[in-house]
Design a protein around this ligand. Structure first.
Ligand SMILES: [Zn+2]
Length: 167
C-alpha cells in the first residue's frame, strides 16, 4: 500500500491544502508521535495526512468510547451515560445557539429538525451562523468567571460544621 504524495481533502477531494496544525493524542496518549492536519482551501475541512492507516488499532484502542458502545457492566453503562451528558453539555458550551440539538434517545427529534431545515431552508439553530465569531481572551475569561460563580452558587452548601480547632 503506497501513501499519496500530497494531502488530499477527505471531504471534497480537493488538492489545495495548507498545514493547519501538528497534534498529538492528548486524551488517550495512544501513540507518541504527532500528526499533521491540513485544511482544505476550497471547503475548509480538516484532513490528517499522511493517514496513519497502520496505526489505527493503536489510535483507537478498545477503551475509545466511540467503539465501546456495547458496555457490559452496570458501572460501565453509567459511565457511558455520564460521558454522553458531559459530551453534550460541552457541545452546548461550544456551539451555543448556533447549533441544532436533538435528543439521542428520541430519533423523531432529529427527524423534526431535518424536516424543518428542508422545508424552510434555514438551519434550525436559534441564531444564524453568519453572526458567529470567535470570542477573545477577555470575553472567554469573563464567561469562565460568570459560569464558575453560577455553578458555585448552584452547588449545594455543605452542612455547617464547627471548626475542628474551635470549642
Ligand atoms: Zn475540501
Amino acid at each position: 500500500m503506497s501513501a499519496a504524495e500530497a494531502p488530499i481533502c477527505g471531504a471534497c477531494f480537493g488538492t489545495d491544502l495548507s498545514l493547519w496544525a501538528e497534534a498529538r493524542d492528548i486524551e488517550y496518549f495512544s501513540v507518541p508521535e504527532s500528526f499533521s492536519y491540513f485544511q482544505c482551501r476550497s471547503c475548509g475541512a480538516l484532513s490528517i495526512f499522511p493517514v496513519p492507516e497502520n496505526r489505527l488499532g493503536a489510535i483507537y484502542p478498545s477503551n475509545y468510547y466511540s467503539f465501546a458502545a456495547q458496555s457490559q457492566s452496570f458501572a460501565e453503562k453509567i459511565k457511558e451515560q455520564l460521558d454522553r451528558r458531559i459530551f453534550s453539555s460541552l457541545f452546548r458550551e461550544i456551539g451555543g445557539e448556533f447549533m441544532a440539538y436533538f435528543d439521542l434517545q428520541d430519533p423523531q427529534s432529529l427527524a423534526d429538525l431535518i424536516m424543518r431545515f428542508l422545508q424552510s431552508g434555514q438551519f434550525p439553530a436559534a441564531r444564524d451562523v453568519a453572526d458567529w465569531r470567535w470570542i477573545d481572551w477577555h470575553e472567554a475569561s469573563a464567561q469562565l468567571a460568570e459560569r464558575t460563580v453560577r455553578n458555585a452558587v448552584q452547588a449545594p452548601l455543605a452542612p455547617a460544621r464547627p471548626h475542628a480547632h474551635c470549642p
